[in-house]
Design a protein around this ligand. Structure first.
Ligand SMILES: C[S@@+](CC[C@H](N)C(=O)[O-])C[C@H]1O[C@@H](n2cnc3c(N)ncnc32)[C@H](O)[C@@H]1O
Length: 203
């Protein structure tokens, strides 16, 4: 491996630990101070329907850590299969499962197995089934052409390999499938001191 590849691999490993630490903290102690919007105030700010937030379990709503509302354009239909990339505590998966109904299905993928367990427990408490696979969005643990829609909320910005993530989304989509993601982009080049700070990258 070259020096640059070595440096990226070690930064990626540090970042993974920081991502796991940070989003577990949001899930375990949502009332703590975070320097990003989260919980119900964030979901309301992004236009989530209040009725859906009332129906969803408090644990999923309070730990919501998205950056927008991928449901606005997902246009889910009964019977569809949805992949929620970086499903976190499960709010987006639960809302998607209501969108596709009992004939559809929602599969979450999260690099943190603890978040997968939380999301599945939150979904089960609403009477909906959501299956969550531990895995990375850079190597989605699903077969080719297996989902109708990919949703994701505030996750792709966390990756070092964004082109790879996009390739993976297209690989798992069925022909004619759809992608509805909300994420963060920067209009200007960030300084190296920001890029190299795992705490800032992770949030
Ligand atoms: C911004 S939150 C997701 C918000 C979620 N949609 C919700 O409803 O609250 C980030 C989640 O993405 C997961 N994540 C971060 N990097 C990932 C990766 N490379 N692959 C899969 N999941 C990842 C984190 O573990 C965390 O649970």
């Amino acid at each position: 491996m070259s020096n640059a590849a070595d440096a990226q691999a070690s930064l990626e490993a540090v970042l993974k630990d920081e991502i796991i630490r940070m989003y577990e903290e949001v899930a375990d102690d949502p009332t703590a101070e975070f320097h990003f919007y989260h919980g119900r105030p964030a979901a309301e700010l992004f236009g989530y329907d209040s009725d859906l937030l009332d129906r969803a379990p408090d644990g999923a709503v309070n730990s919501f850590a998205g950056v927008g509302n991928p449901h606005e354009r997902a246009d889910l239909k009964a019977g569809e299969t949805v992949l929620d990339l970086g499903s976190g505590a499960g709010l987006d998966s639960i809302i998607a499962s209501w969108g596709v109904g009992s004939t559809g299905s929602v599969v979450g993928v999260d690099l943190n197995p603890t978040m997968c367990l939380k999301a599945q427990a939150h979904a089960a408490s609403t009477g909906t089934a959501m299956e969550c696979h531990e895995g990375r969005m850079e190597d989605i643990p699903l077969p080719d052409a297996s989902v109708d829609v990919v949703i994701s909320n505030g996750v792709i910005n966390l990756s070092f390999r964004k082109r790879r993530v996009v390739e993976e989304m297209f690989r798992v989509l069925k022909p004619g499938g759809r992608i509805s993601i909300t994420d963060i982009v920067s209009g200007k080049q960030l300084s190296q001191s920001i890029v190299n700070d795992p705490k800032l990258w992770a949030s």
